[in-house]
Design a protein around this ligand. Structure first.
Ligand code: GSH
Length: 231
C-alpha cells in the first residue's frame, strides 16, 4: 500500500520504525544517495528537495489518487493520522507530540547532521566547526535528558516524536557523546532499542545496504557541495 523511497540513514529509519510498529504494508524503493539516485527525475517528482525519505500512499483515506509526501516529519504525521496511531487525537496530547517532532526536525536532526559532517565525513579537521556542532549536540542531548527525567517517553505515550529522535541517538559515539552522561536519555534509548519493531527496522536496513560502512569518496563528491541543481 505504501511505497517507501528509502536509504539506510537516520531519517530513513524513522519511517521503517513507524511502518514496522503499525504493520502497515509497505514496499521499499531503495534510493542509494551515495550513488546519486536521489537526482532521478522520477524521484524528484515526489521529493523535490532530492532527499530521502519520501512515500507514496497508493490507498489514501479519501480513496482518490495516490498521495506523495516528502520530509520525514510530514510523513510521520501523515502515517500517524492514517493509522490513528502514535499521535494522540486530543488537542493537548497532539500538540505536545508535534512540538517535539518539530524540535527534532528543526534542531536535533540538522545539528547532529552537521556534527557528523564535520567530525566524520570530511578529511579536513575544522576545529571551530567540530566544537560548535559537538557542543550543540551536547546541549540538545541535555534538553532531551531533562525532558525524560520524569517521563518514560518524549511526549506522553510512545509516539512519532520518539521515533523521530531515536535514530539520531543511535549514532551517539560518532557524535562524540557518552550516553551514560545522560542517564534518562540512556534509559529511554535502551527501552526503544529493544522494541521488536525497531529491531526489525534496523534488520531491513542491513538487508538493503549490507556493506554500510564509512562514506566512500565517490559518495562524498555526490552529497557535498551540491549547489543549485541543473535543469
Ligand atoms: N529534513 C529532511 C532531511 C532529509 C535528508 O537530509 N535526507 C538525506 C539522508 S538522511 C538525503 O537524502 N541526502 C541526499 C542528498 O543530500 O543529496 C527529512 O527529515 O526528511
Amino acid at each position: 500500500m505504501i511505497d517507501l523511497y528509502y536509504w539506510t540513514t537516520p531519517n530513513g529509519h524513522k519511517i521503517t520504525i513507524f511502518l514496522e510498529e503499525t504493520g502497515l504494508p509497505y514496499t521499499i524503493k531503495p534510493v542509494n544517495i551515495g550513488k546519486g539516485e536521489q537526482f532521478a527525475p522520477e524521484f524528484l517528482k515526489i521529493s523535490p528537495n532530492n532527499r530521502i525519505p519520501a512515500i507514496i500512499d497508493n490507498e489514501p483515506a479519501d480513496e482518490g489518487e495516490p498521495v506523495s509526501i516528502f520530509e520525514s516529519g510530514a510523513i510521520l504525521e501523515y502515517l500517524a493520522m492514517k493509522s490513528d496511531a502514535y499521535l494522540p487525537s486530543d488537542v493537548r496530547g497532539r500538540t505536545e507530540v508535534m512540538q517535539w517532532l518539530f524540535w527534532q526536525m528543526g534542531g536535533l536532526g540538522p545539528m547532529l547532521g552537521q556534527n557528523h559532517h564535520f567530525r566524520s565525513y570530511i578529511n579536513e579537521k575544522i576545529t571551530y566547526a567540530i566544537e560548535r556542532y559537538t557542543k550543540e549536540t551536547e546541549r540538545l542531548y541535555g534538553v532531551l535528558d531533562e525532558r525524560l527525567a520524569d517521563r518514560a517517553f518524549v511526549a506522553g505515550d510512545y509516539s512519532i516524536a520518539d521515533m523521530a529522535c531515536y535514530p539520531w541517538i543511535v549514532l551517539h559515539e560518532r557524535q562524540g557523546m557518552i550516553l551514560s552522561d545522560f542517564p534518562h536519555l540512556k534509559r529511554w534509548f535502551e527501552v526503544i532499542q529493544k522494541r521488536p519493531a525497531v529491531e526489525r527496522a534496523y534488520a531491513v536496513a542491513r538487508q538493503i545496504n549490507p556493506d554500510a560502512r564509512g562514506m566512500t569518496e565517490e559518495a562524498k563528491k555526490i552529497l557535498f557541495g551540491q549547489g543549485r541543481r541543473k535543469a
